[in-house]
Design a binder for this molecule. Sequence first.
Ligand SMILES: CC(C)(COP(=O)(O)OP(=O)(O)OC[C@H]1O[C@@H](n2cnc3c(N)ncnc32)[C@H](O)[C@@H]1OP(=O)(O)O)[C@@H](O)C(=O)NCCC(=O)NCCS
Length: 199
Amino acid sequence: MIAELLQPGMSGADLCDTGQALALHPGEDIHVARAAEKRRRDFALGRTCARAALASLGHGEAAIAIGEDGAPVWPQDILGSITHTSLYAAAVASEARRFAGLGIDAERVGGVTPKLWPRLFNAAEQAQLSGRADADVAATLLFSAKEAAFKAMRLRGALAFRDIAIDLGEGGFTAEHVGKRLSGRFAVAGNLVLTLAWL
Ligand SMILES: CC(C)(COP(=O)(O)OP(=O)(O)OC[C@H]1O[C@@H](n2cnc3c(N)ncnc32)[C@H](O)[C@@H]1OP(=O)(O)O)[C@@H](O)C(=O)NCCC(=O)NCCS
């Protein structure tokens, strides 16, 4: 699914969780040694994707630690992003000189109910949603695009979801946050939504 979204200079990988055996790098295991089984599994799925993405950039052996803010710590001169949702994970990476930021996010359709819209979406976004037969998919896309943009911009701390404005187009979107603009692509397969943002 991720292959549809990648831009020149990006390397990506994704995985459906079929219960396959996954090996964590010893330098990563320490981060989830005491975690619950689901967290260990999600972490391993994400790290496996990240390592596959890094392999094409010559860094397939690198351990990817968790930084202070929760973001992955990439090898020097590399940037990237990891996501996982129910039974699916994906990662993207590139040489740092190619992009100022990368963010990826996967979500399952269903959680972004109309009750949440006023808290998550600005007036223009809510107008995009109202009356659409596929409003549940579009709402999930908007939410996911905000999460991908949050990661790509390396924003820190709590932030109102409405502060990142998303404009959805055909297969792509733009995101804006205090004058900064990002580009994005998205894909939908069944109830799975995947968004990728870059600047
Ligand atoms: C951190 C956050 C972006 C993660 O997104 P999510 O949809 O919950 O979960 P995902 O599976 O897509 O992403 C998780 C991965 O994101 C990465 N991540 C965590 N914190 C991050 C950060 N601050 N910046 C970038 N990436 C981060 C990690 O790789 C993590 O996986 P790992 O712990 O296994 O390494 C989100 O939970 C969050 O806190 N957002 C900020 C809250 C907010 O204000 N959002 C508004 C956005 S408009």
